[in-house]
Design a protein around this ligand. Sequence first.
Ligand SMILES: *Cc1c(COP(=O)(O)O)cnc(C)c1O
Length: 346
Amino acid sequence: MRSVCSRGAYILQKECTELEQALAEFLGVRHVLGVANGTDAIVIGLKAAGIGPGDEVILPSHTYIASAAAVQWVGATPVLAECGADHMLDPADIEHRITPRTRAIMPVQINGRTCDMDAIGAVAKRHGLLVCEDAAQALGSRFGGRAAGTFGAFGTFSFYPAKLLGAFGDGGAIVTNDDAIATQVKLLRDHGRNDEGKVVAWGLNSRLDNLQAAVLLHKFKTYPEAMARRRAIAQRYQDRLGSLPQVALPPAPDADPRHFDVYQNYEIEADRRDALREHLQNHGVRTIIQWAGTPVHQFKALGFTTQLPRTDRFFERCLLLPMNTALADDDVDSICDTIGSFYANA
Ligand SMILES: *Cc1c(COP(=O)(O)O)cnc(C)c1O
């Protein structure tokens, strides 16, 4: 950070390029382009892929409002779908929601897991749809050996501080193997200016701040250890909670050889969820209900009328247990003991 400041190198400089290259190598993708945040990444990606007014994009309701808002901001219509037993966009539910206007499917790689991209890819192929991944929560997650974000036309990441790779502020990236989309993204993120600085399109100002890029580049050096620690914590939860009938855990790290999960979050389903949450709180364990308990289709002010009973039911039961690299094994054990004591005394 001192070096960036002493050079006055704040916008689209060396650290940003180096981070883009390091991420491209890590993900196995041709282009990585830093932008101002994960929401802009989706907006710009959709725009670069030619999605706009009259188009429909199918995405899960179990996501951050930003996924749907990005679709709205390019003038297209977000169409919300159910999540399956693994909490991910349900491939079977997508088919019912396809209309002549559908242009794209947006799988959200939630909680650090990648959707069943074989099944989603097959639906997309059958109906001639683009796949645009919101991988904000899934840096390093893989399905069938392939990295989240690299399956479709483009994928997006967020470097919001609470994400897997967090900046000291906002940041995001778009990744793509499509040269034409990459060229469009470069124009869109920087006022429509090409490499010679000439304005050739309408653009925005959405660049990854170079100080943030320096922070991210530094933190990225220890990213493999961070992923491994999260997976070890998930395994410890599995070992200690796996036999409790009152909770349903996310798939364990070795549950399915097709999946490599990085556990941005550890989202369980629990009987008597609210009472459990209070019990944990009383014992000094803070938990989160994702999206403050509201999946996208329940935001009445946004005019959604879609009925998603499975997602509704899921949101009466879901809870995020502590999951971060600062957790010690003892912490995990005491959290599990507290959950065990709640159900034992119920
Ligand atoms: C965090 C997040 C975003 C938005 O990223 P920002 O950097 O906060 O704009 C979008 N989608 C999902 C699933 C997220 O978790």
